[in-house]
Every structure is written in C-alpha cells, then in structure tokens.
Design a protein around this ligand. Structure first.
Ligand code: MN3
Length: 252
C-alpha cells in the first residue's frame, strides 16, 4: 500500500471518528477505527449522518453456518436500528450543544451515542470479517497464512491455542456481547478480549481485527441456546484475508 493511500485512509478514518465522537481533533496514529474507512461506515460528511452499509455478499451466502433468516433480520433490523440510534444521538447532542435541546438529558444521549456507534462499528467489522465458507465453494474459514499466522503463533503459541481461547472467551461472555481478536499497539501484540453489550469493557487503544457477535439475535434461530455450536460454525466463515488486511493496517 502506498504512503499516499495510507495518508488518505488516515484522513477518512479520522473524519469518521470525529463524526462519531464529536471531537475537533483526533490524535494521530492508530485508532480503534483504524481498520475501517468512513465509506465502509456509510458516513456522509455533508449531513454528518451514517447509513447502513450493504453486506458484501447475499443474505444466504453464509448458509448453512449462519442461516438466511438470521442474516436478514440481523442486518436489516438490528444493524439498521443501531445506525438509526446513532444518527438520532448525534442529532440530539447537536441540539443540546446549540442550546435548543434539554441539557439535563445529556448523559442519556452520550450513552446512546456510545451504544449505537459501538453497534454500528462492531457490525460493520463483523460482516466484512466473514465470507462464504470453503466447504460451500468460498474462501472463508481455515486458518490464516503469512504475517498474521506468524503473529498468532508468536502471541498464542499456535493457531489451535488461539482458537481455543477465542472460542472459550466468546462463549463465556455474560449476556449479550462480543469476542474479539485485537491488536494492542503499545506492547505490539495480539490479544483476545470480551466485550459486553456493544461497548462495555472496551480495551482502550486496542485495534479490533476479528469479532464474533454473541448476542442471541446472532444465532438463536438455528442454534437456540447452543452458543458454542454457533461459534464453531463461525470459525468456518472467517474471512482471514480481510483480517490479514486489518492486521497489516494496524501494524504499519
Ligand atoms: Mn448483532
């Protein structure tokens, strides 16, 4: 990737982050959003609003691992709801800022901003982190190669040990949340983290690489209470070439 593209991506990423956080300045360097662009988040810099991004594949493309009804509802209802909630929170905070809104409700709207921005970003990373499985003629699943495979070996011992921890951590999230493979840029190592809801237990500064949604809406139609079976199925649709791209972006 050329340095010009890097700079351009950094600018668009900063624009997206500034839109979400309402910040006038973002420190240079990697951010939590560093692996997504404002285009991928559907950010319109004129309106300051976000729109639901299309999936990079059809609703039935991940079947049988993730069924078509789950994918349809999850994207068109749940993710769409986070985008709507995010845009509303941005609007309400603007009106409070401008003096026309009810300033006593600011804590509520800041929480709404955090929850829905988290939901929008997490799901955008989730959809693009999957692709149709090798066992249905696609490229998803298996294990990574190249520098990401080396880093997983270095930081977790082996791919199998990584998978053991990733699956166990994701399965044991209490209630609704996510399991994540993240890059921690200070110690410069991969780590596995749990997230509750869409944002709690956020590891400040960690750059998300791979996330699995373990809210019940992500798996209940097919797997009911068997979250572990869903996570095993998820392993078959991981888009490792996209996760490698995020790792390269996070480490260069
Ligand atoms: Mn979800």
């Amino acid at each position: 990737m050329s340095s010009e593209i890097n700079r351009r991506q950094a600018l668009t990423t900063m624009t997206a982050a500034a839109g979400i956080a309402g910040l006038s300045a973002i420190a240079s360097g990697s951010t939590r959003l560093g692996t997504l662009t404002s285009d991928q988040l559907g950010f319109n810099s004129t309106s300051g609003e976000y729109k639901l991004p299309d999936l990079p594949y059809d609703y039935d493309a991940l079947s049988p691992h993730i069924d078509v009804m789950t994918m349809t509802i999850h994207h068109s209802k749940h993710h769409a709801g986070y985008v709507r909630g995010l845009n509303n929170a941005i609007k309400q905070l603007r009106s409070i800022r401008e003096g026309t809104g009810d300033a006593s409700t600011i804590q509520h709207w800041q929480r709404q901003l955090s929850f829905h921005a988290g939901g929008h970003i997490n799901h955008t990373l989730f959809w693009t982190g999957m692709s149709p499985s090798k066992d249905t003629g696609g490229q998803g699943g298996g294990s990574p190669t190249g520098s990401l495979a080396q880093a997983i070996g270095r930081d977790f011992g082996s791919f199998d040990q990584f998978a053991n921890q990733f699956k166990a951590a994701s399965k044991s999230v209490e209630g609704s949340g996510w399991g994540w493979l993240v890059y921690e840029p200070i110690a410069q190592q991969l780590m596995i983290t749990q997230m509750q809801n869409q944002q709690d237990m956020l590891f400040a500064g960690a750059i998300p690489l791979l996330g699995v949604d373990v809210w019940e809406h992500a798996y209940y139609l097919t797997y009911q209470n068997r979250r572990a079976d869903y996570i095993n199925a998820f392993m078959n649709v991981i888009n490792w070439s996209e996760i490698q791209r995020r790792y390269d972006h996070a480490t260069t």
